[in-house]
Each structure stands twice: as structure tokens, then as C-alpha cells.
Design a protein. Structure first.
Length: 104
């Protein structure tokens, strides 16, 4: 059960971060950096595809077996809620920090 949370969040966050980093690298880079950005985007999309399969969003391909390491469909909602809560908490803390620094 715990490994399902870990793998689900690992694949989701890795996919999102890889795609975003690839977009920035491809847009702002030059030469070889743009190629690296394109590779990051492709890797992110492949991992996102693996995530969607493991979460059961690609039902036409079947679903992973219940004992599989990629079977994290039931854990996704609680994991995403936890990540969203963590991000909101971090943004609130950052806002308070910046407000305190600007007033000092």
C-alpha cells in the first residue's frame, strides 16, 4: 500500500516536472539545450503515460493487477490532495515570509 503511494506520486510529479523543465529548456535554450529540452518533454510524456496506465485512466489498455507495483489507482485522490495541500501550505508560508521581509 505504501509503495503504491510512493510510486504514484513519484511518477506523477516526475512527469510534470520533466515536462515543465523540458518546455523551459527548449524555449530559453539554444543549440544542444533545445534538444535536451525536447528529450525531457518526451521522457515526461512517457512517464505520464505510465502514470495514467497505473491509475486506471487508460481503460482500453486494461488495468494493472492488484498486486502490481503500478497498481495505484485507489491511492491517487488522497495523494494528489496531500500534494495540493502541501503546495498551498508552502505558498502561504512563502507569502508570509516575503511580506515580513518587505516590511522590514
Amino acid at each position: 500500500m505504501l509503495i503504491n503511494y510512493f510510486m504514484g506520486m513519484l511518477t506523477l510529479v516526475f512527469a510534470i516536472a520533466s515536462v515543465i523543465a523540458g518546455i523551459f529548456t527548449a524555449y530559453f535554450g539554444s543549440g544542444k539545450s533545445r534538444a535536451v529540452g525536447a528529450i525531457l518533454i518526451v521522457i515526461g510524456l512517457v512517464v505520464l503515460f505510465v502514470f495514467m496506465y497505473g491509475a486506471g485512466f487508460l481503460s482500453f489498455m486494461g488495468t494493472p493487477t492488484s498486486g502490481s507495483i503500478l497498481s495505484f489507482g485507489g491511492t491517487i485522490v488522497s495523494g494528489i490532495a496531500a500534494v495540493i495541500g502541501a503546495v498551498i501550505g508552502a505558498l502561504i508560508a512563502l507569502g508570509i515570509f516575503l511580506l515580513a521581509i518587505m516590511k522590514a
